[in-house]
Design a protein around this ligand. Sequence first.
Ligand code: GAR
Length: 215
Amino acid sequence: MEEVVFRSPRKKGRIAVFLSGRGSNFMALREAVERGDISAEIALVLSNKADAPGLLRAREWGLETLFLDPKLFASREDYDRAVIGEVESRRIDLVCLAGYMRVLTPALCDALKYRIVNIHPALLPSFPGLHVQQRAIDWGVRFSGCTVHFVAAEVDMGPIILQAVVPVLQDDTEETLAARILVEEHKIYPQAGGLYFDGRIEVRGRRVFILEHGA
Ligand code: GAR
């Protein structure tokens, strides 16, 4: 078996959520934190969109929020350098991308290796990128789903932590399939967060192993 390249920490962690839109996955993560299913606190909600509903909701809830305006930075590298600074200065353990619609630079992926996870509404490595529910319908696949994975420099291609499967029905539209997938997203993203801070995620090569409790 390949050697262990990462083992998640068992601790009370500090999470940053990055989002660009409505933030339903952020809300699912927050509920899990409130219930005690994730041993962590949400220490930052960051967005590249000033009016992202998820950001406004986080502010209402009294969480620390940050809008980083891409227009104020000369390059994507400069933007991500600022992001790294904000994350490290708050001693964030794990960044959860939750509908964060920016491609991360390799510098950011490398600086926070195994400390960034993403939820994607397809069964990776099928259908990376955008408009993936419509593309799954158009391709004619019988099943789709969602994937929680570590973020690596190659978009949507990092080691897979959890997946959930849903059927694709003959009369599905992009909206109905997206809604069916979203129900599963709201289950497996919090579950992955829980596993992370229970110290139960181990990466060997590019395979993720879920350890037994207390392993
Ligand atoms: C979710 O379906 C998430 O999987 C997707 O954006 C939506 C965000 O919804 N992410 C991606 O497509 C990333 N490639 P939300 O704002 O309600 O969490």
